[in-house]
Design a protein around this ligand. Structure first.
Ligand code: NAP
Length: 429
C-alpha cells in the first residue's frame, strides 16, 4: 500500500521518441512504487509531440498526446523535456521554471550552450532543474560529482562518454576493421545515426565535457570553451601501432584542473592497456575521476538507449516530485569559481608521433635536434624498418601542446622526414 498525500504531482512529458516512450511506459507501469517513493501519486498530465496522430505504440495512451506544449506546461508541476535540440526546448523550459515548475531534461546540447540562463532561471524561481540523463545516460554521474564530491577537489575527469565512437574504435581494435567498415556496422546495428557527425566529430562528447567540467570545477564552462577533435582520422594502422606499444585508442572527454586554470577537451587518445578505461568495450561509457581526497573513482554503464536513459530520467522525476509533494528544493551546482579556461596550446600531455623518414645515417640525430629545439623531450623511440623510408614512432615527455605542434610543423618541412603520419596524445598515466 502506498503512503501518499492527496494531491497528485502532474507530469508533462515533452517529446515521445526513444527516451520519451520509455519514460511514459515506466511512469505508467511503476506508478504505484513511484507514488510510495514520492509520497504522492505521480500522474502524466500530457505528452507533447509534433504529430499527435502518429502511432506511438502500446505504452503511450493516445488521449494524453497533445500538440499544445504551452497549455501542457502551464497545467503541470514537473516538466520532463525529452525533445532535444535548442528550440522550442529552451523556451518551454524557461516557461516552466518561471511558473515555479520543476524541470527534468536529458538535453546535453541545450545545457552545454544555454546552461547558465537555465540555471539562473531555476535559481530565481526557486525551482529544481535536474539533468542526470544528459551525461552518460544511465550512469549516475551528475549527482556524485555535484553532491557526493562537493567536499573534495576534483583534479581530473577522463570520460568515455560517447557509445558510438567507443563501439567504432573497439571494433577497429578487437576485430581489426577499417574505420569506414566499423562505422557502417555501427549504423547497420543502430548504434550510430544515419548522419553520425555529432558522434564521430566529438561534438556530443564536447557537450558532456562542458557539463561535467562546470560541475567539477564549480564554474561555467560553455561548449565553445571545449577543444574538440573527432575520430574520423584514426586509421587501422594507428590502432595496430597502439596495440604494439601496449595501448588502445579511445575518444576521451577530458576536464583537467591545473595551476594555470582548467583545460576541457575532447580528442582521441592512446590509453595504456593497464588503465581501467582501456577495458571499456562496445557501446559502453565510463568516467574516471581523480579527486584530491577520494583518489581515483570509476563510473561505468550504459550511456544511451531508451530504457537506460529513462532510468536516469525517472530518478530525477522521483527527486523533484518528492520536493513538490513535501516542499523544498534539491541541491544546486555552485559556480563561484572563475578559473581561466586554457587554450589547447597550453594543455600539457604526452604525445606519440608516427612518421616516415628517409632511411640513411644521421636522420635520427636530425629529428632529435628538431624536438630539442622546441624543448620537447623524447622518452622512447621505436624504429620500424622500410625499403627506402623507415618508420619512426616517438613518445614524448609531458609537454605543452603548442610546443609539440611547432615541432611537428618543422618536422613536416624537414628534408629527412617523408611525412608525419599521425600525432596522438597519450592520456591516463
Ligand atoms: P527522439 O527519438 O528523436 O525523440 C524526440 C521526440 O521529441 C519526438 O517524439 C519528437 O516528436 C519530439 N520533438 C522533437 N522536436 C520537436 C519539436 N520541435 N516540437 C515538438 N516535438 C518535438 O530523441 P531521443 O533519442 O528520445 O532523445 C531525447 C533527448 O534525450 C535528447 O535531448 C537527447 O540528447 C537525450 N538523450 C538521448 C539518449 C538516447 O539514447 N536516445 C541518451 C541520453 C540523452 P515527433 O515524434 O512527433 O517527431
Amino acid at each position: 500500500m502506498s503512503n501518499t498525500t492527496s494531491e497528485p504531482v502532474k507530469i508533462a512529458v515533452l517529446g515521445c521518441g526513444t527516451v520519451g516512450t520509455e519514460v511514459v511506459r515506466l511512469l505508467t507501469e511503476e506508478a504505484q512504487d513511484l507514488a510510495s517513493r514520492v509520497g504522492a501519486a505521480v500522474q502524466i498530465a500530457g505528452i507533447y509531440v509534433r504529430d499527435a496522430s502518429k502511432d506511438r505504440g502500446p505504452y503511450v495512451p493516445d488521449e494524453l498526446l497533445t500538440e499544445d506544449a504551452e497549455a501542457l506546461v502551464d497545467r503541470s508541476d514537473v516538466v520532463v523535456e525529452l525533445m532535444g535540440g535548442e528550440e522550442p526546448a529552451r523556451t518551454l523550459i524557461l516557461r516552466a521554471l518561471e511558473r515555479g515548475s520543476a524541470v527534468v531534461t536529458a538535453n546535453k546540447a541545450l545545457l552545454a550552450s544555454h546552461g547558465p540562463e537555465l540555471y539562473e532561471a531555476a535559481d530565481a524561481a526557486g525551482a529544481d532543474l535536474y539533468y542526470e540523463a544528459a551525461v552518460a545516460g544511465a550512469i549516475p554521474l551528475v549527482r556524485p560529482v555535484r553532491e557526493s564530491l562537493a567536499g573534495d577537489h576534483i583534479t581530473r575527469i577522463l570520460g568515455i562518454v560517447n557509445g558510438t565512437t567507443n563501439y567504432v574504435l573497439d571494433e577497429m581494435t578487437v576485430r581489426g576493421l577499417d574505420y569506414d567498415v566499423a562505422l557502417k556496422q555501427a549504423q547497420d546495428l543502430g548504434f550510430a545515426e544515419a548522419d553520425p557527425t555529432a558522434d564521430v566529430g566529438g561534438h556530443d562528447a564536447a557537450a558532456k565535457a562542458a557539463i561535467l567540467a562546470s560541475l567539477a570545477f564549480h564554474q561555467r564552462v560553455h561548449i565553445d570553451d571545449v577543444y574538440c577533435e573527432g575520430i574520423e582520422a584514426i586509421t587501422a594502422t594507428d590502432v595496430i601501432a597502439a596495440k604494439e606499444t601496449g595501448q588502445v585508442i579511445k575518444l576521451l572527454a577530458i576536464a583537467e584542473r591545473t595551476d594555470a586554470g582548467v583545460s576541457v577537451r575532447v580528442h582521441p587518445a592512446l590509453v595504456p592497456l593497464t588503465h581501467p578505461l582501456a577495458g571499456v568495450h562496445g557501446g559502453f561509457n565510463a568516467v574516471f575521476i581523480e579527486a584530491q581526497s577520494a583518489g581515483e573513482l570509476m563510473f561505468y554503464g550504459q550511456g544511451a538507449g531508451g530504457t537506460p536513459t529513462a532510468s536516469a530520467v525517472l530518478g530525477d522525476v522521483v527527486s523533484v516530485a518528492r520536493h513538490k509533494a513535501q516542499g523544498g528544493k534539491g541541491p544546486v551546482e555552485s559556480n563561484y569559481a572563475d578559473l581561466p579556461v586554457l587554450p589547447i596550446g597550453s594543455a600539457r600531455t604526452r604525445f606519440s608521433i608516427r612518421m616516415s623518414v628517409i632511411d640513411k645515417p644521421g636522420v635520427l640525430a636530425k629529428v632529435a635536434e628538431t624536438f630539442a629545439a622546441y624543448g620537447v623531450g623524447i622518452e622512447v623511440v621505436r624504429q620500424v624498418p622500410g625499403q627506402s623510408h623507415a618508420g619512426l614512432i616517438l613518445s614524448t615527455h609531458r609537454v605543452p601542446e603548442g610546443d609539440l605542434r611547432a615541432t611537428v610543423a618543422e618536422l613536416e618541412s624537414s628534408d629527412v622526414v617523408d611525412g608525419v603520419l599521425s600525432v596522438l596524445r597519450i592520456e591516463g598515466e
